[in-house]
Design a protein around this ligand. Structure first.
Ligand code: G3H
Length: 249
């Protein structure tokens, strides 16, 4: 991490959480005072409005987990970036591997969604990551580089883009790459961002995600070019999420 990249610890609740989970959110918001990291919780769509109202005035931000590329229209079941913004979200996770796999989302649609996020004034957190087969074939850096090239539109800057590296085989499994492997892939992401966006790339935050827990957070967060974490399971427990946020040096 560098002085020019403020660490971001983001929690992705995925399809978890009912209204009663507000007490967990309040515990998180109340525990953030004095932390150096920015923090964000991305609950399911159904909780965004209530959560955003609840944390107003605190340093905890609320984000969405996906959006449709269009502003409005005949897209049953979808949510636009403008709707997220209207509900109180300030950011949106895009291209998560669970979206890429469950909903067959490719880089082109992710790119269109990033443009939608920018149109609505949301900060996109663009997820990339390799499968275990690709990792074992030595292709992790190449796969992730291609995803960044094809998922991120022209016009990315230090303030309008966050990238999250999430090796698919590390998500929810308790397995993590070695810090050398994380550093290699984050270095590759920084490199392709630099090729495309010049000096702006030095300010773009690159998060690591995949089985981040209180006991491994400090090591992962101290790795070169790791500017924060995208936390799944451990973000559902306020104590664990706060412990991860405190692990930022
Ligand atoms: O978006 C978060 C990731 O998919 C990581 O999930 P996890 O921390 O449960 O492995």
């Amino acid at each position: 991490m560098t002085a020019e990249r403020r660490p971001l610890i983001a929690g992705n609740w995925k399809m978890n959480g009912l209204r009663a989970a507000k007490s967990e959110l309040r515990t998180v918001a109340a525990g953030l005072a004095g932390l150096s990291a920015e923090t964000m919780i991305c609950p399911p769509f159904t909780l965004i409005g209530a959560f955003a109202a609840d944390v107003a005035g605190t340093q905890l931000m609320i984000g969405g987990q996906d959006c449709h590329p269009a502003e409005s229209g005949a897209h049953t079941g979808d949510i636009s970036a403008e709707m997220l913004r209207d509900a109180g979200a300030v950011a949106v996770i895009l291209g998560h591997s669970e979206r890429r796999i469950d909903h067959q989302e490719g880089d082109a649609i992710v790119k269109a969604k990033v443009k939608a996020a920018w149109r609505a004034g949301l900060l996109p957190v663009v997820c990339v990551g390799e499968t275990l087969v690709e990792r074992d074939a030595g292709e992790a850096a190449a796969v992730v580089t291609r995803q960044v090239r094809q998922s991120v539109p022209e016009g990315a800057t230090a303030v309008n883009l966050v990238v999250a590296y999430e090796p698919i085989w590390a998500i929810g499994t308790g397995r993590t790459p070695t810090t050398d492997d994380v550093a290699e892939v984050h270095g590759a992401i920084r490199h392709i961002l630099g090729e495309r966006f010049g000096a702006e790339a030095n300010g773009i935050r690159i998060l690591y995600g995949g089985s981040v827990k209180p006991d491994n957070a400090a090591t992962l967060l101290a790795t070169a070019n790791v500017d924060g974490a995208l936390v799944g399971g451990a973000s559902l427990k306020a104590a664990d999420f706060l412990a991860i946020a405190r692990a930022v040096g």
